[in-house]
Design a protein. Structure first.
Length: 113
């Protein structure tokens, strides 16, 4: 990412996290974290990577966030100093799940020794 794209990504991550806390009804039964934002070099698209705990609530959280992307984009457009606010795309960050799988494999290996 270019320096400008990195700066935009940081602002998006900070402001969207704030937006989700203040504006969205995500529910008290799940924890949603915006783990990473990647912005294309042309600043047209922003890819949002979210982590949801517990994992069983991931589908529900993605549905709520996707449903409110227009409202989130409007919120961002008031804060970003760009000509046009990037289109937002949501993706699940499954690194926590991958880490758990690796931990289980390592535990199993340690038990065998």
């Amino acid at each position: 990412m270019s320096k400008r794209a990195e700066q935009i990504a940081e602002v998006i991550q900070r402001d969207l996290s704030e937006f989700w806390i203040r504006e969205l009804e995500l529910g008290m039964d799940k924890l949603v974290t915006l783990t990473q934002v990647k912005v294309t070099p042309d600043l047209k698209h922003a890819y949002l990577y979210i982590s949801v705990l517990p994992i069983t609530k991931t589908g529900e959280a993605v549905k709520i966030i996707t449903k409110n992307l227009g409202q989130a984009r409007s919120y961002l457009s008031k804060r970003l100093k760009v000509w046009k606010c990037p289109d937002l795309r949501v993706s699940v960050d499954d690194s926590a799940l991958k880490t758990r799988k690796i931990d289980r494999v390592l535990e199993d290996l340690n038990k065998e020794e």
